[in-house]
Design a protein around this ligand. Structure first.
Ligand code: ZN
Length: 322
């Protein structure tokens, strides 16, 4: 790895919590320290960053009296949250705990159920050992982290709350400016969409009921203004609920940007070819935009992203993220 990225909002956090914040391809990772039994790592980033995640975790643990990991806990199993599981569990000899809904799929490595097949994203295979049951506690040092179900972005996602410090680990259920794509809503089925959006709302209501003083989201820096974030999230949710097609377009663009961050840069035509073959991209097109030719729709999305300054096209027709 080239350099150690800076630790996000370190000053806001209690000294027994380390936030490893990176770009969008990797989720935030969080170390919950315990000087006696070793640390818990919440989420482990994207697979292509696994060596960097390992180095960051080793670096953050090195000054500690007990520089070991005892557990990796995943808020959900999207590829950007559990791509480091395999390498880190092997290096530290630690167990992996995941939410209940996908335990069997992960155990059998059913890549279709785990979304990696449909999104075309990569995740090195790992073996889950424990279930993070909503209603249970992760006891770490003096702290008792409450595990809560927070479906919406992902039907199986959990969030963590620690009442003493008021720290909420909100995963992709709430960011400072919005929330993650509502995956159940992109299939183009009205019922699935409404259920997905209703779950987002219920998870936001759950979060609003918690006396949280500091939020550590799945992506981006930690923040204090929970009320402001909830207000923005509700506004976005209302908009998407009224315009599921806008949500689908937003989802397609988010998935394109994820892919582009992953490949770095690629000739425009091969990037478009790859996208057209990706099941989730096809499904979005079929559900919402099939009045257009799939290639034309894809080109339109790329043009829009380029107008917004999210990606650029070199004179040699190479696409890359800005
Ligand atoms: Zn996610």
């Amino acid at each position: 790895m080239s350099s150690i990225p800076t630790l996000g909002q370190a000053s806001l956090l209690p000294p027994d919590i380390t936030l490893l914040e990176r770009g969008w391809l990797s989720s935030n990772s969080l170390l919950l320290h315990d000087e006696n039994q070793g640390a818990v790592l919440v989420d482990s980033g994207y697979g292509s960053h696994q060596e960097q995640t390992l180095a960051l975790v080793q670096h953050a643990l090195s000054p500690r009296p007990q520089p070991s990991l005892r557990l990796i806990a995943n808020t959900h199993l999207h590829s950007d949250h559990c791509g480091g599981n395999a390498l880190l569990s092997q290096r530290f000899g630690c167990e992996i705990a995941i939410p209940p809904g996908e335990f069997d799929a992960a155990l059998n490595w059913d890549q279709q159920k785990l979304s990696y097949e449909s999104t075309g994203q990569q995740c090195p295979r790992f073996k889950p050992d424990q279930i993070l049951h909503p209603g249970s506690l992760i006891k770490q040092g003096e702290r008792q982290w409450q595990v809560m179900a927070a479906p919406g972005h992902d039907p199986h996602s959990v969030i963590l709350f620690e009442p003493e410090s008021g720290v909420l680990v909100s995963a992709d259920a709430l960011w400072e400016h919005g929330f993650g794509i509502v995956f159940p809503a992109i299939k183009g089925e009205e019922l699935a969409a409404e259920q997905g959006f209703a779950e987002v709302e219920a998870s936001l209501d759950l979060i609003a009921s918690l006396p949280a003083r500091l939020v550590i989201p799945g992506h981006g820096p930690a923040f204090n203004d929970l009320a402001g974030a909830l207000q923005r999230a509700h506004k976005k949710l209302d908009y998407f609920r009224k315009n599921p097609m806008r949500h689908a377009r937003h989802a397609a663009k988010a998935l394109i940007m994820f892919r582009l961050l992953e490949v770095g840069s690629q000739p425009r035509h091969s990037f478009v070819d790859g996208l057209i073959k990706t099941p989730v991209h096809q499904a979005l097109w079929r559900a919402y935009f099939s009045r257009l030719d799939t290639g034309a729709w894809t080109e339109e999305l790329l043009t829009e992203l380029s107008h917004h300054g999210a990606l650029k096209l070199s004179p040699e027709m190479e696409l890359s993220a800005c």
